[in-house]
Design a binder for this molecule. Structure first.
Ligand code: G
Ligand code: G
Ligand code: NA
Ligand code: MN
Length: 238
């Protein structure tokens, strides 16, 4: 309960910050995108602690809009200068808003960020949940916003949904990277993605050996401590 009232005050007081973690193209190790990750200083409460609370008290919706607006504002110069896109995590609660897609397009308009510079990350469970919500994503995708499945492989759903959903990118959960990039499971996921013409990002890449093996298996992008931890915008360099 203390956390809940702290969160409410924090948004009004402007205490939230975004950190960014690079996503690297394995072919040439160029940074092609950065993932925006919410931070709440000064205590440094982990997002895994405060995001579920923000969801429970309905604050994830206004907070999510703050994140999107801030990330798009920050990313405009990166995209114009270096072609770097920004990926933003979206909670299922945000997608319940009927005018979600229109509001995202309005933020892009106001911040001057082209739709092609934005990727929205959603978890599997949100994507399979209901057709109305995924239709909202379809509308954004028609405008050039890309959709990524976050933590892919950790959900319980059947794979059939992937064929029908408006998605472009699979972000392979870091547990698969950690348990061996040469595993049958990783290979099957990469083949599945190729068959469906989806791009793949391996999460949690920590060693050069993992990056090499992933590249050899046809994975296109990687993200993880090998390249960079999430850092404040001012510390990014491409
Ligand atoms: O880096 P890390 O500890 O920051 O992130 C932990 C979890 O918090 C991840 O699952 C990530 O997707 C989630 N997360 C980070 N930032 C945001 C955000 O802005 N919105 C939502 N909904 N989730 C976020
Ligand atoms: O669920 P999502 O993938 O958005 O979560 C991102 C989380 O993963 C963040 O907490 C981030 O700090 C963490 N993370 C990013 N790179 C690595 C890595 O190489 N290793 C580990 N263990 N965690 C990572
Ligand atoms: Na994410
Ligand atoms: Mn993830």
């Amino acid at each position: 309960r203390e956390l809940a009232s702290g969160l409410r005050r924090a948004l009004a007081a402007g205490e939230f910050e975004l950190h960014y973690q690079p996503v690297v193209r394995l072919l040439d190790e160029r940074v092609t995108a950065v993932e925006a990750l919410l931070r709440w200083p000064p205590g440094g409460v982990p997002p895994l602690t405060f995001i579920p609370v923000a969801e429970a008290i309905g604050m994830i919706v206004p907070l999510g809009w703050w994140v999107l607006r801030q990330a798009c504002t920050d990313a405009r110069a990166w995209f114009e200068r270096d072609g770097v896109a920004v990926t933003v995590n979206v909670s299922g609660h945000q997608l319940r808003e009927e005018d979600f897609a229109e509001r995202v397009l309005a933020v892009l308009d106001e911040t001057g960020l082209p739709p092609a510079a934005l990727v929205l990350e959603l978890t599997e469970s949100v994507l399979v949940d209901d057709a109305e919500r995924t239709a909202r994503l379809g509308l954004l995708r028609e405008r050039g916003v890309r959709i990524a499945v976050d933590d892919f492989g950790t959900g319980y759903s059947s794979l059939a949904y992937l064929v029908h959903l408006p998605v472009d990118i699979l972000k392979i959960d870091r547990t698969f990277t950690a348990s061996g990039v040469d595993s049958t499971l990783m290979k099957v996921i990469l083949q599945l993605a190729e068959g469906l013409s989806l791009h793949t990002v391996a999460e949690g890449v920590e060693t050069a050996a993992q990056a090499q093996a992933l590249k050899a298996l046809g994975c296109q992008y990687a993200q993880g401590y090998l390249y960079s931890r999430p850092v404040p915008a001012a510390q990014l360099s491409f």
